[in-house]
Write a protein that binds this ligand. Structure first.
Ligand SMILES: [Zn+2]
Length: 294
């Protein structure tokens, strides 16, 4: 990563964490059934996958607590099974803020060892201009793993697999094997530029490597749940990979010419992509995140 790491000016990320937490109070929660009894809840933080059944509901990611009434209603609409299991794809607040209430509701939390490490301590994310205090004890994953863990729940085989550092240093994928539904967390943002968290081990090259790993794992038939954006498939993941590698090459070339961050931003290297990809993470911030890592 870059030697100099300062918040992007004029700080489009300032207040972003607070804004996302507050917006979840009024956000609608959409429920989309996929395959093999797996559904996805969209609208509160990162996309939440749900597998109900006699072993109790399994959730992948926890959403934002302000959405608890609507998430609870959506979960009740899927089945009456109690909430028993929660997996975090990584430590970010929009995937783990709901940990505490879901744990209180009965969930055992599973995550990568680095996710528990990040949640356990004060963690500053420079590009969000935000410092997170340690999470409460009930929000911490009780079970952690290093490389891979397989859950047998509700008649399904669910494989949790660690990436190398990608979007953070704790990202995992979750494969519902029989249904062939893959939740890839924030290694994929479908149709929008991704955020990349250099403060906790993420990088553009790690993100590209995770995308290569995702592409190697899926077939044309695999249903892929991104951390953000609509549920998609391999063809959309390939578009994301093309966007990442093209912009990485262009921004790396500008940096190699000696251009400063300000000069690179002024050159607007993302402009051919902004109409399609610029709706969530501001293009200038994404360009800065690439610049930092090349
Ligand atoms: Zn994230």
């Amino acid at each position: 990563m870059a030697q100099r790491h300062v918040p992007f000016e004029p700080k489009p990320g300032a207040g972003l964490v607070q804004q996302i937490r507050a917006a979840a109070a009024t956000a609608e929660i959409a429920v989309q059934p996929l395959r093999g009894n797996v559904s996805v809840l969209m609208g509160s933080g990162g996309n939440i996958a749900v597998l109900p059944g006699s072993d109790g509901k399994l959730l992948i990611d926890a959403g934002i607590p302000a959405s608890k009434p609507k998430i609870s209603a959506a979960l009740a609409g899927i089945s009456s099974d109690p909430i028993k299991h929660l997996v975090n794809t990584h430590w970010h607040f929009d995937h783990t803020d709901g940990n505490e209430w879901l744990h209180s509701a009965g969930a055992t939390i599973v995550a990568h060892v680095n996710t528990r490490k990040r949640l356990s301590t004060t963690t500053r994310v420079v590009d969000w201009d935000f410092t997170f205090p340690p999470a409460p004890a009930g929000a911490l994953p009780a079970e952690v793993f290093q490389t891979e863990q397989t859950l047998q729940l509700n008649g399904a085989t669910v494989v949790l697999h660690y990436y190398q550092p990608a979007h953070t240093d704790g990202d995992i994928s979750v494969h519902f094997t029989e249904a062939d539904v893959l939740h890839v967390g924030d290694t994929w943002w479908n149709g929008v530029h991704p955020f990349i968290d250099y403060s906790t081990g993420g990088s553009i090259d790690g993100t590209i490597q995770a995308t290569e790993s995702n592409l190697a794992k899926v077939s044309a038939k695999t249903t892929i749940i991104p951390g953000h954006g609509p549920v998609g498939d391999k063809s959309q993941l390939i578009e994301f990979q093309d966007m990442l590698t093209t912009l990485r090459a262009e921004i790396a070339a500008l940096k190699k010419q000696g251009k400063s961050l300000e000069e690179v931003l002024a050159a607007k290297p993302t402009s051919p992509y902004d109409a399609k990809w610029g709706a969530l993470v501001p293009p200038g911030l994404f360009a800065k995140l690439v610049y930092d890592g090349v």
